[in-house]
Design a binder for this molecule. Structure first.
Ligand code: SAH
Length: 934
């Protein structure tokens, strides 16, 4: 983007000093906040006419800076005003620059993009020969561009204004330049010396560039179609674009700033005709004379406003427009170009809104939505709200957001309630945006559809509170001043939530102009129930051992909609769920009566995506359905079609999808599979209660026993998950030569394979073979015959109880290890965990399930139950068993947090050999060959 280098601007304190010298006095006051161990500071700045008091800061410096900023705000001084060159100087510089641009020297010098334009115009015939469009001088020369900005900072938003300045400056060069206002171009008065013109390289290749044509409709939506720009050799590409738009030549074009990129990184611009002024409008005399008031500006133009093109590039576009990635560069005189497909155009449009930025970072254009609250960093996916707000402000030509932190209420409540305010944007064209939106500052106003049935979260009355201000780039207009009322325990949470509020506010403007920003995506429970009973089919979970069978429709395990018409949210807010899903466009079979086939096109799919329940980070239908499922279940439902642009931005076959959308599409069909759930508290409780974490302690316990069994050479970890035990065995020397992991989750095995691969050769182990099998531990594989050690940590509770027995029997009968270590949660210990305030959920709907530590647990046993299971197994297979555990103490009630049974083989009896190999090798490594298999 063209732009002048600016001198380093003065800081607010320096400006105050220049203005008032000794008459400005700063006084720092220490503020004690009881909850705070550190001291905080507030600054009083006394000036001759008035005084200001800053907010509270941790550093004195920040308090002073804030006071200086407040004072400047009162004085109406914008720090960047003072450091620029004067307007007169800017005019003089522009005149000089234009003279230079039309000099012989400039034409023959280097690869300035503007130079290439000049050369191209010299290849035109007739009266247009050497006639240079005003728009390109305004758009492609950095010096001109920065000069225009000094004269009026709003040129960024308004290319016509910049063109009018260029014309005005050129008009002072009557001896050199011919100004043709009616054709919006400049020409050199005296022809260039023939030698220079002849030396120009006239040869250029013919190219075809794909672009997008946005046809402006007087009523209704703009129509977007692909268009091919056929730039034959020797033609000026702007003339080709102009002709496509029905214009005589390139000088009738306005060129937008660059915005968005094609997939291979070329920047796009919008090309459109210079809009015709309404003849009845006497107030605007020349190009770019914009009405100073706030009326609907589009009435000044004969050509209608092009909403799609305008929102894509962030400038006002009138009439039909072409979006293309084509132009000259600094590298060569040749045209550089890339195709702008419909898909890339829609992706650019989508990425202009905060919601779009979030969707892209999640790679879930349809499934994801911008959350309405930020809880913890570990639950948040994609760039944090603060980063997203910065990205958004940069895209929209706004200044960096300014956050102000306060630690105690600074305003009376009545005032804080009037917190979100959008002030008038004096240069903005949109007549509707004068509205003053007021938000209730509390987070609770954002609660989603079922919040009314739940108790509200306690509202913090102290802590950190953060406001955010967003100004236009010129720092002249306040665009958004948002000071939510809520307090947060952590400063960073206050900032992230303030950023999120700002994003939500902008998002509601972008995504749905009619949306009530106070109630984003609000679905009532009734609507959700209706949707659910109509459209959702949850298919039964599959017994874990039968994963490979086709998903069967099992009557007994399918939700019976007649008996249970109400949805029951079984997964509480705050949980982290992981799903796989696909979304397809479907066209009803009847429409294609002849074939009777239903037409469908896959739009989006994700093998595994994790999200937090209750913050709105997933499309509400999807979230609502998922929170009623249990792990392993599948569901299928249909929703209405979202905006066409969104679907096209996502689809891989744009043309086919578009044709389907035009054919009475039945809706979007979602298929979702719930892969796993992590309770809201499980992780937190574990990390607060147990140091080191319980999972680490379990692995440590097993490793210690393994090290002690000095004669063991093979180990199998049943339900190895992501391989935490295998990892430890790579790091310590043991007698083991072969270690094997078995799991039913491909994802977990993938992670395990990656981990093992990265740790190979690093550790001190003597291992010769490592193998990962995909298979159910309820089945025996003859390759596991005669192993020395078997481990099974925190797995059995994920099966049905009878399956846990079956597992024990299979291992002890067929594998017959010398040592078997099994761990499982101790149910009795839960009462200690539940005493913690961390576990105090206000969500009554989960009372049943929250008995257990995880949603994935089918049971959790007391010590007596575990004892019964293990003793029975041991006895019938001639093993001894001892009980132990980790977390807490075994000697006092309620025992260890995680109970462990250690089985030892008493005698070796030859077992009958079964030959069966149901497991699939996923990954394998042997030291001898050093080879790996995937
Ligand atoms: N043992 C690991 C992982 C525990 S999580 C650790 O302590 O970190 C439980 C694991 O058991 C999951 O990875 C799950 O996929 C796996 N699992 C559950 N049922 C299984 C079955 N029938 N066969 C194989 N693995 C199973």
């Amino acid at each position: 983007m063209a732009g002048g280098e600016k001198k380093q601007s003065l800081s607010p304190k320096e400006i105050i000093h220049h203005k008032f010298v000794v008459k400005a006095s700063y006084r720092i006051e220490q503020v004690h906040v009881s909850s705070q161990s550190n001291c905080l500071y507030r600054c009083h700045l006394q000036l001759p006419e008035f005084s200001v008091v800053s907010n509270v800061f941790k550093r004195k410096k920040d308090a002073e800076l804030s006071a200086a900023e407040l004072a400047l705000e009162k004085l109406g001084i914008h720090p960047q005003d003072d450091d620029d060159i004067t307007v007169e100087q800017a005019w003089d510089d522009m005149v000089e620059r234009i003279k230079y641009i039309f000099s012989d020297e400039f034409l023959s010098s280097g690869h300035h993009p503007l130079g290439s334009h000049l050369r191209a115009t010299l290849l035109r015939d007739g009266e247009r020969h050497g006639s240079v469009p005003l728009s390109i001088i305004a758009a492609f020369d950095a010096k001109i561009n920065s000069g225009c900005k000094v004269i009026n900072p709003s040129v960024d938003q308004d290319p016509i204004l910049a063109m009018s300045y260029v014309m005005k400056a050129a008009a002072k060069l009557t001896d050199y330049i011919v100004v043709s206002p009616h054709v919006a171009s400049l020409r050199r008065k005296n022809p260039y010396p023939p030698a220079i013109v002849e030396a120009l390289d006239t040869h250029g290749e013919s190219i075809k560039v794909e672009a997008v044509y946005i046809q402006c409709a007087t009523s209704g939506e703009e129509v977007v179609d692909p268009v091919i720009l056929d730039i034959s050799s020797g033609r000026y590409y702007l003339d080709v674009i102009a002709e496509k738009l029905g214009l005589k030549d390139g000088s009738q074009l306005i060129i937008s700033r660059t915005f968005g990129k094609t997939p291979s990184g070329f920047e796009c611009r919008v090309y459109s005709a210079i809009p015709k002024l309404n003849p009845s409008d006497k107030s605007s005399k020349a190009y770019g004379k914009r009405p100073a008031d706030e009326e609907d500006q589009s009435s000044h133009f004969k050509t209608p406003w092009n909403a799609k093109a305008s929102s894509a590039c962030g400038q006002d576009i009138h009439g039909d427009a072409i979006v293309a990635a084509v132009g000259y560069s600094w590298r060569s005189n040749d045209i550089e170009h890339d195709d702008v497909t419909l898909k890339s155009f829609y992706r650019i449009c989508c990425g202009m809104s905060p919601n779009g930025i979030y969707k892209f970072s999640r790679q879930a254009l349809i499934a994801a939505t911008l959350p309405f609250s930020f809880t913890t960093k570990s639950n948040w996916r994609g760039p944090l709200p603060r980063e997203m707000l910065s990205i958004f402000c940069r895209q929209q030509q706004l200044a960096e957001p300014v956050f102000t932190i306060s630690t105690s209420p600074v305003k009376p409540l009545s005032e804080t309630l009037r917190s979100f305010k959008k002030l008038k944007d004096s240069e903005s064209n949109d007549g509707n945006n004068q509205c003053v939106n007021e938000y209730a500052g509390s987070d609770d106003s954002f609660n989603h559809y079922n919040s009314k049935d739940e108790e509200e979260l306690p509202v913090l009355e102290s802590g950190y509170r953060c406001g955010v201000k967003i100004l236009s780039k010129s720092l002249q207009d306040l665009v958004l001043d948002c000071s939510p009322g809520s307090f947060y325990e952590k400063e960073s949470h206050a900032i992230q939530n303030a950023a999120l509020k700002a994003l939500t506010w902008f998002g509601s403007l972008f995504d749905d102009l009619d949306a009530d920003p106070e109630q984003p995506r609000c679905y009532t429970k009734g609507q959700m129930n209706w949707m659910f009973t109509r459209n959702v089919m949850i298919k039964g979970k599959f017994p874990s051992s039968k994963r490979y069978e086709q998903p069967a429709y099992d009557e007994s395990k399918t939700m019976d909609m007649d008996r249970k018409p109400k949805r029951v949210q079984t997964i509480p807010n705050g949980s982290l769920v992981s799903i796989s899903y696909s979304v397809s466009v479907e066209v009803e079979a009847d429409f294609w009566g002849r074939t009777g086939k239903c037409l469908r096109e896959l739009i989006e799919s994700n093998e595994e995506i994790e999200f937090e329940v209750g913050v709105g980070s997933m499309n509400p239908h999807l979230e609502s359905v998922v929170t009623q499922m249990s792990v392993g279940q599948y569901a299928c439902f249909i929703t209405n079609m979202p905006a066409e642009g969104l679907v096209l931005a996502d689809a891989s076959d744009t043309a086919r999808t578009r044709s389907l959308l035009s054919k009475l599409a039945a809706g979007l069909e979602y298929n979702v599979h719930l892969l796993g759930v992590k309770g809201p508290t499980e992780k937190r409780v574990e990390s607060v209660f147990f140091k080191p974490q319980l999972s680490k302690q379990r692995v440590g316990y097993a490793v210690k026993l393994i090290k002690e069994s000095s004669a063991a050479s093979t180990l199998v970890d049943f339900g190895c998950g992501s391989g935490s035990l295998l990892e430890s065995l790579l790091e310590v020397p043991t007698s083991l030569q072969t270690i094997v992991g078995v799991d039913i989750s491909e994802k977990a095995l993938d992670r395990a394979a990656k981990m093992v691969d990265s740790k190979l050769n690093k550790g001190a182990c003597n291992l010769k073979t490592i193998r990962l099998y995909d298979g159910s531990i309820l089945e025996f594989d003859s390759r596991l015959h005669g192993i020395d050690i078997a481990t099974c940590l925190e797995v059995i509770e994920r099966m049905e109880e009878d399956e846990a027995f079956q597992f024990g029997k299979t291992v002890l009968t067929l594998s017959r290890p010398k040592l078997l270590i099994v761990s499982t949660p101790n149910y009795e210990y839960n009462k200690i965990l539940h005493k913690s305030s961390l576990y105090h959920s206000k969500d009554k709907s989960i009372s049943q399930r929250s008995k257990f530590r995880s949603h994935e647990h089918k049971f959790e046993w007391t010590r007596a139950q575990f004892n019964h299971w293990a003793s029975k197994l041991a006895k019938s297979h001639n093993y001894s068993v001892e009980f132990s555990g980790v977390g807490g103490s075994g000697n006092v009630d309620p025992g260890f947090a995680s109970q462990i049974a250690v089985f030892k083989r008493k005698s070796f009896t030859e077992v009958k050999k079964v030959s069966t190999q149901p497991y699939k090798v996923i990954w394998e490594w042997t030291r001898a060959q050093g080879d790996k298999k995937n």
